[in-house]
Design a protein. Structure first.
Length: 663
């Protein structure tokens, strides 16, 4: 009977620990009231003095640590308003992926309360209401920090949470282990006392009670281990989600309630066992007295030995099993918490980097747009001012040089480059003075014929044959690109076309082949786009001169043109000579026709190639919705230019058809 009472007390203590573990997630702290750890933890459910059974109460590390100063409800409402304002002002910056907004706000409120506690640790509970202005100023300063306040509070709160979680687990399991050691010692002393007083009725059912107690211990041990594991795993998921917003309040309340509940439940169970034993003692004594006297000595020795052996074995097995499960569950909880913490840290870091990159890109785009706008305004202002100053300087310079320059020109003492520069400036100044500089380009009115005539006379007077027209212009305009641009403008004047062509041909005067001329002029090889090159006219003029100079190499010239630009482009280049050198055009046209026939290109093949290129060209609407006519050179190329024999045959066929129709 005493063994049954001991088993009942052990099971009730284990059940109390399991029930206390499952109730941990439902504990909450009350705003505006001190934490539960500040209240008395020695009160019991009955009047039984627990200290006489468990010894003096030793405080744990959590109880020795003073509680953090609690915040009055007025300050809590101010913190809530601060968090609501920050979340409304920075919804994107403070959001966390896969996390509800209301839970995140509650977590941020707890974090800022903890930050306020840490910064106002020197203030007592009575001083906090008296320093309302200090609190308001603190909250206002934190509001100016914006998202950095929330980030700082979250970081401090998570660090404190990890530290407090480790401390609470260590203290709770240390206290649990300590109580697990003290409980068997207490029940040993109780069992010895009960054995001395009640072995009149225990020995009758000793053997049956031992077997049932052993089976019951094993069965309940398996049930409690499985139930404890299931409850802990289910509780672990729920506690991990709730720990971030309520861990500070839960830890103090949890420690106090667990200690209070265990001590109260042990005292109550002990009192109930003692009452049950005393109530049944008289009845069991009368019934078992006769049997006990006969077998007292033998059964007492056997029962004592068996009970001590089973007690030692079961106590060691239960302790080993409990410690093994406790270590396994603690490791699982630690790994789960660390994995969740690492995931949340990575998500926060990615969100911060993405937001930083977005803000940097926006600032960069705004800077580029503003810089381009300001640069364009400054450039327009500078060009207008520069044009005005240039015109004034040119007018002043021309006025000063008019008298001395006229005499020098008459005696051919002024260098042609200086004369070209003076006339160029004079043309610009006259156009600016008359207001025609924006309507048309004034440089086109410059007369290159008079400049070339002055150059030849200057060379004759000074016996200089190396001063060409290109050298005269290059001496004033050092940049080749600018010189090419001015030549294009001067070429708009029909009087200057011959002189512009002469200037353009000077760089390729030395090459002896078409290939060298194309390379020097920068005309790339290819079957399309050669007519759009800026130096194509110079190249055509040089080809015509080369054909006139080497009359026996016409086939070589057309072969080089065809290999570099293709048959169609070579035909168009030859056709362009019709306006420059008629004799060279006729000779090269015949040579090209013979070469194309030689390599197997027929009239139909060339015509199909030109028609395919024409179809790819973009169609633009003309007058009355008609198609714009094709390029003249392509049309004449097909109709007559390259193939006079075919054109003659078509004329004869049309004449015969006409005569046949009239008859």
């Amino acid at each position: 009977m005493r063994l049954h009472t001991f088993t009942l007390v052990v099971f009730t203590a284990v059940l109390a620990h399991s029930a206390n573990s499952t109730k941990t997630s439902n504990s909450t702290t009350t705003e505006g009231a001190p934490p539960a750890s500040l209240r008395s933890s020695d009160a019991c459910c009955d009047d039984v003095p627990v200290e006489q059974r468990l010894g003096p109460h030793e405080t744990t590390a959590v109880e020795e640590r003073m509680p953090e100063p609690w915040i009055p409800s007025s300050i809590n409402s101010a913190v809530a308003r601060l968090v609501e304002k920050l979340h409304a002002q920075y919804p994107v910056e403070l959001a966390v992926e896969n996390f509800p907004v209301n839970v995140l706000r509650e977590f941020d409120e707890n974090a800022i309360r903890h930050l306020f506690r840490s910064e106002s640790a020197h203030m007592t509970t009575e001083q906090l209401p008296e320093h309302a202005q200090i609190v308001d100023r603190w909250l206002q300063n934190k509001l100016e920090k914006g998202p950095r306040l929330i980030a700082e509070a979250r970081q401090v709160f998570l660090a404190h949470e990890a530290e407090m979680g480790a401390t609470v687990h260590q203290d709770f399991f240390a206290r649990q282990a300590e109580m697990g050691v003290e409980t068997p010692q207490y029940f040993l002393s109780l069992q010895a006392e009960m054995t001395a007083d009640g072995h009149q009725f225990i020995l009758a059912d000793q053997a049956q009670t031992l077997v049932k107690a052993h089976e019951m211990i094993l069965k309940h041990q398996e049930i409690m281990i499985a139930k404890t594991r299931q409850d802990f795993l289910a509780h672990l998921e729920e506690t991990t989600a709730q720990a971030r917003r309520s861990f500070i309040g839960i830890e103090a309340d949890l420690t106090a309630k667990a200690h209070k509940y265990v001590r109260a439940y042990v005292a109550k169970t002990t009192a109930q066992a003692r009452d049950f034993f005393l109530a049944n003692q008289a009845k069991m004594t009368a019934e078992a007295r006769d049997s006990f006297l006969a077998h007292q000595a033998e059964l007492t020795a056997k029962a004592t030995q068996s009970f001590l052996a089973n007690q030692a074995r079961m106590t060691a097995a239960a302790r080993d099993s409990f410690l093994a499960n406790q270590a396994e569950l603690t490791a699982m909880a630690t790994q789960s918490f660390l994995a969740h913490q690492a995931k949340m840290t990575a998500q926060a870091h990615q969100s911060f980097l993405a937001h930083q990159a977005e803000l940097t890109a926006k600032a960069h785009r705004y800077f580029l747009a503003h810089r381009a706008e300001m640069t364009e305004e400054a450039r327009q202002s500078f060009l207008a001012h520069l044009a005005e100053l240039t015109a004034k300087v040119d007018q002043s310079f021309l006025a000063q040089q008019a008298e001395s320059g006229e005499e020098a020109i008459m005696r051919f003492e002024m260098h042609p480059s200086a004369l070209f520069k003076i006339r160029l400036q004079q043309v610009k100044a006259d156009a600016y003075k008359n207001g025609d500089s924006r309507k048309k380009n004034p440089i086109a009115s410059l007369d290159l014929g008079s400049l070339d005539s002055y150059r030849r006379t200057y060379n004759h007077v000074h016996d200089s044959k190396e001063l060409t027209l290109r050298k005269v212009m290059s001496r004033c305009i050092g940049d080749d690109a600018e010189l090419a641009s001015i030549l294009s403008i001067l070429n708009l004047n029909k009087k200057n076309k011959k002189y512009v062509a002469t200037v353009r041909m000077e760089p390729v005067a030395e090459p002896e082949t078409v290939e060298d001329a194309a390379v020097k002029l920068g005309i790339p090889p290819g079957t399309t786009g050669v007519l759009d090159d800026k130096n194509v006219e110079t190249f055509v003029r040089f080809t015509a001169i080369l054909a006139r100079k080497h009359k026996d190499q016409h086939s070589v010239i057309v072969e080089q043109l065809t290999k570099r630009f293709g048959g169609r482009q070579a035909a168009l280049l030859v056709y362009k000579m019709n306006w420059l050198w008629r004799a060279s055009y006729t000779a090269l046209k015949k040579a090209l026709y013979e070469y194309l026939m030689k390599i197997g290109t027929t009239l139909d093949m060339l015509r199909d190639e030109i028609m395919k290129a024409r179809e790819k060209r973009a169609v633009r609407p003309g007058n009355g919705g008609h198609m714009i006519e094709e390029r003249g050179e392509e049309r004449l190329l097909i109709e007559y230019s390259l193939y006079p024999e075919d054109h003659t045959n078509r004329k004869r066929k049309r004449a015969s058809d006409t005569s046949a129709g009239s008859s």
